[in-house]
Design a protein around this ligand. Sequence first.
Ligand SMILES: [Cu+2]
Length: 361
Amino acid sequence: MNKHIHPLFFSIGRPMCVLGLLGAAGLAQAHEDWEGARADAHAPIGVMGDHVHKQGQWMVGYRYMPMHQEGLLDGSDSVSKQATYSSKDTGGYGYHNAPKDMDMAMHMVEIMYAPTDRWTLMAMLPYITMDMSSELHAHGDAAPVPYDMESDGLGDIALSGLFRLTPVNSAHQAILNLGLSLPTGSITEKDSMPHGHDGAPMQMRMEYPMQLGSGTYDLKPGITYTGQGERWSWGAQGIATIRTGENDEGYTLGNRTDLTGWVAYGWTPAVSTSLRLAAASWGNIDGQDKQISPTMSPAADPRAQGGDRVDVGLGANFYVPEGPLRGHRLGLEVLLPVAQRLDGPQLETDWAAVLGWQYAF
Ligand SMILES: [Cu+2]
């Protein structure tokens, strides 16, 4: 088992300090009751499992989450393509290929239902599309061969039980998140890649980041807190992703920790804007897929997968308080990395975004 639960999760991270202060400020000026009919009654749309429902209520939602990665980092330093495929004797990394950029988009359908006021059940069904551009550096003086790989399909379906720890109407809500990710995403995706000295195309299993799932049952325990004032609201969430066992191809993805905190301001009940900090830390791969040669590319190297990243999220939520579309929600959030440290060379994230719709009935 990979032991990469970041120490951040057990200590008081900087974002958590900020949130502690906000929480304290919030206690001083909080509402008596939770007000659900306002834009910021839900967290910024990039946060999952942030709220619960009242007994008998359903919610359906859809999120579109594009992300762009470009360029390679080792630690926080840029790595050139040349260094990636230069031999180790000359100070390079000695891989055959260098990834250039990657676009990923996730379409996610979300269903929530509250059998009781205490428990809300949630299912998230992702469909993923990915496209990676790389270059093969054939040996000798042959020119580099650029190529693209694509994979798309169902990702790992996640089921959660959200347990409300606080009274239903309290302006402070604390939720225990008990999530389980199922190995429904394929980990045997192939595409045509140039291979060997002449760069002839060959169907090969794609690198780890191009696979659609983890291949393991993953536990996702966490805790979420949200609070409301007259105009302001705030929240924090910590979620761990703990892989269990080893997948059928002989490896385990690294564990992951996600910590986030946000503040939002409601301009009207229909419109709020938010500022969020999100810190993530994830580990390297334990074991190896025998069909993926680790010298092929850093993306194929189990030791070049881990990292830490802090994003700033700028968001807006919209809620329809009356009329025929009453209760519909829209959310938009753009996430920009402000710090990144990767076990590399690994593709660097440039930006991510989340656009979502939600409707409870
Ligand atoms: Cu919901």
